[in-house]
Design a protein around this ligand. Structure first.
Ligand SMILES: *Cc1c(COP(=O)(O)O)cnc(C)c1O
Length: 219
């Protein structure tokens, strides 16, 4: 699936990494994915993720936090995750920086950008992304690696490509104007995967496509 889409848009397959989003699926589903070669796991809820991490402690997995991150959960994320895709406030980044254990590698951080500014949603406004990203890049024990977005759903491929194109352009600007060494674009889910690959995603976050519908999710 990924191979075909990468070929269609002239992207090297190795440039697009797969994050398996396992929220609301049991630890056994992750174990099966790992047996099939999947090591990067995305979770949205801290307590749910911790339960699965304990159950899967015999496996070598990389845990990515992709949910809304509240201040009172940053310590757990700083201790038990390898990457966070959803940092959208300096305060959260400062807490992660202060709470990241010294024995651990720097925590990979992506800044979530609200690419649909007309709706109130998670993410920093595109106009303040440069300032936030520059501040995060200076914090110890964090490694700013890129940008992330979760646009509101739209149906056609051209419509789906627009927000992803804006995120890619913004990342380019941060590289050239702000001198930030960011390489990752975390964008694309099961419903807009093709658009994300077309616009340069380096992380695609797939749940439904890999694990099936979540309990309670419309099919
Ligand atoms: C749930 C979720 C996904 C995966 O969505 P699917 O449609 O199941 O592929 C990706 N990114 C984020 C931020 C999510 O919350």
């Amino acid at each position: 699936m990924l191979g075909e889409l990468c070929a269609r848009y002239d992207r090297p397959r190795s440039a697009v990494k797969l994050l398996a989003v396992s929220k609301k699926h049991p630890a056994d589903a992750i174990r099966a994915a790992h047996a099939a070669g999947q090591c990067d796991i995305g979770e949205n809820f801290v307590a749910e993720a911790r339960d699965k991490q304990r159950e899967l402690s015999d496996l070598k997995l990389r845990w990515h936090f992709i949910g809304r991150l509240q201040s009172n959960k940053t310590r757990t994320v700083a201790e038990y995750f390898d990457a966070v895709h959803t940092v959208d406030r300096l305060k959260i980044a400062e807490r992660l920086s202060a709470q990241r254990p010294h024995y651990a590698a720097p925590l990979d951080v992506m800044v979530q950008v609200n690419v649909d500014t007309e709706t109130t949603k998670a993410g920093t406004d595109p106009t303040s992304t440069a300032e936030l990203a520059t501040a995060i890049a200076e914090l110890p024990r964090l490694r700013l690696v890129g940008l992330m977005c979760l646009p509101r759903p739209s149906q056609s491929l051209p419509e789906q490509r627009q927000p992803f194109q804006r995120l890619a352009e913004l990342a380019g600007k941060l590289r050239t104007d702000s001198g930030l060494a960011i390489s990752e674009l975390s964008m694309g889910t099961s419903s807009d995967l093709e658009a994300a690959i077309a616009e340069g995603a380096t992380w695609v976050r797939l749940g439904t496509t890999l694990f099936g519908a979540r309990p309670g999710q419309a099919q």
